[in-house]
Ligand binder design. Structure first.
Ligand code: ASP
Ligand code: MG
Length: 397
């Protein structure tokens, strides 16, 4: 019993869809139950967004969600037809039909629950069920989407609800120690823990959505990430609770590019402003990170947090400086680089090696933050490649 998810590039054209249909039909013929989740074909989502812009789209996320959800619907209907053409019964379901009930945050809705009644009926009738990723509906039947890259979350949430394993197929061979485009010697990881993957994903290694790893971890769903139609599972990466062998202290380096540093200076130290600001951010359903505050000598607060550029736009659009009384400064042009590994908490010298390696190579770092399994630094965008390369070498990644 498996959930398989296919990303946009692996269903980019009819030949690819047919090849996946064949693979899925073979699994079904061998007697397995299978649910397939698919993304929109190739760059369809971007193309739809472009169309919306051309008609003068004015931040109407409700309409945008309805539009974007059609991308995935195309793929799943075609895939179901292609499977049926091979003599295997199949049915496609939109997110709504598959029972995905979400919050009403258009463009970044959260899954509240999945009502599996319909999906299970279809499985009981012996069908392959092909579910449109990235979408659901509110209790009132308004179509929502889960945010860019959300099909991963669809697949893992379904696997969690069904108690099945989840195989995510994409156009890369698995998770690498760092971005092979920047550091070609980067190695594929055979295993990575949920926690490490969450850090790598949230810190920018774009292969998997963070939310889906969080769900997998919460429900202990074994996740596999590998190249579509390469069925030799030793060629991808397993994401799981603990790794089998004692490993190197550092698992990987990831970079988060699309980054905005938000800063507010000289705030009165009475807690009122920050309470209001956090409320605004929460109402916008935005997840900020690396929140930090310092108290200056005259008892004023300097406060910073990070978020991605789109979120920073949203915050600034909704922030009324006159009401809040302080100006938010947005600083762009930095990236956040993180050294990640479950061994960090048990090995000493990781921070010194990281910082000294950068300094020796003439790379300046600014804010430093750490968690139990990561050390993160902001560096200037122009230093990104060199920093990844020298650190990957230093840690033998
Ligand atoms: N098609 C959507 C996107 O491009 C969802 C996904 O591919 O996961 O973001
Ligand atoms: Mg994706």
């Amino acid at each position: 019993m498996i959930v398989e998810k296919y990303g946009g590039t692996s269903v980019a054209d009819v030949d690819k869809i047919k090849a996946i249909a064949k693979h899925v039909a073979d699994i079904k013929k061998r007697g397995h139950d299978i649910v397939v989740v698919a993304s929109a074909m190739g760059k369809t989502t971007n193309a739809l967004i472009q169309l919306a812009k051309e008609v003068g789209y004015a931040n109407n996320d409700r309409e945008m969600d309805s539009l974007l959800s059609t991308g995935e619907q195309q793929t799943v209907t075609l895939l179901a037809m292609a499977i049926e053409a091979l003599g295997v019964p199949a049915i496609s379901l939109t997110g709504y039909q598959a029972g995905f009930i979400t919050s009403n945050h258009h463009a970044h809705a959260r899954i509240k629950d999945i009502d599996l009644t319909n999906l299970k009926q279809q499985l009981d009738q012996g069908k392959v069920v092909v579910v449109a990723g990235f979408q659901g509906a509110t209790e009132n039947g308004e179509i929502t989407t889960l945010g860019r890259g959300g099909s991963d979350t669809t697949a893992v949430a379904l696997a969690a609800k069904l108690g099945w394993n989840c195989y995510i197929y994409t156009d890369v061979d698995g998770v690498y120690t760092t971005d092979p485009r920047i550091y070609p010697q980067a190695k594929r990881l055979e295993e990575i823990t949920y926690n490490e993957m969450m850090q790598m994903a949230s810190l920018g290694s774009g292969v998997l959505e963070t939310r889906c790893v969080e769900i997998a971890s919460k429900y202990n769903i074994q996740l596999y990430l590998g190249r579509a139609l390469k069925t030799d599972l030793s060629k991808g990466t397993f994401i799981m609770e603990t790794k089998h062998l004692e490993d190197m202290p550092i698992t990987g380096i990831s970079v988060k590019e699309d980054y905005a540093i938000m800063r507010v200076l000289n705030i009165e130290n009475d807690g009122i402003y920050l309470g209001n600001l956090f409320q605004l951010i929460a109402d916008l359903n935005i997840n900020i990170d690396t929140i930090s505050q310092q108290i200056s000598k005259d008892n004023k607060i300097n406060f910073t947090f990070y978020c991605n550029e789109k979120q920073s736009d949203l915050i600034l659009q909704n922030y009324k400086e006159e009401e809040f009384g302080y100006k938010i400064e947005r600083i762009l042009g930095f990236v956040k680089l993180s050294v990640v590994g479950v061994g960090i908490s048990t090995h000493s010298g990781i921070a010194s090696k990281t910082l000294n390696t950068l300094t020796k190579n003439g790379i300046k770092y600014y804010q430093i933050t750490s968690s139990e399994i990561s050390i993160s630094l902001t560096i200037e965008k122009k230093d990104k490649e060199k920093a990844v390369q020298v650190l990957a070498q230093a840690f033998d990644l």
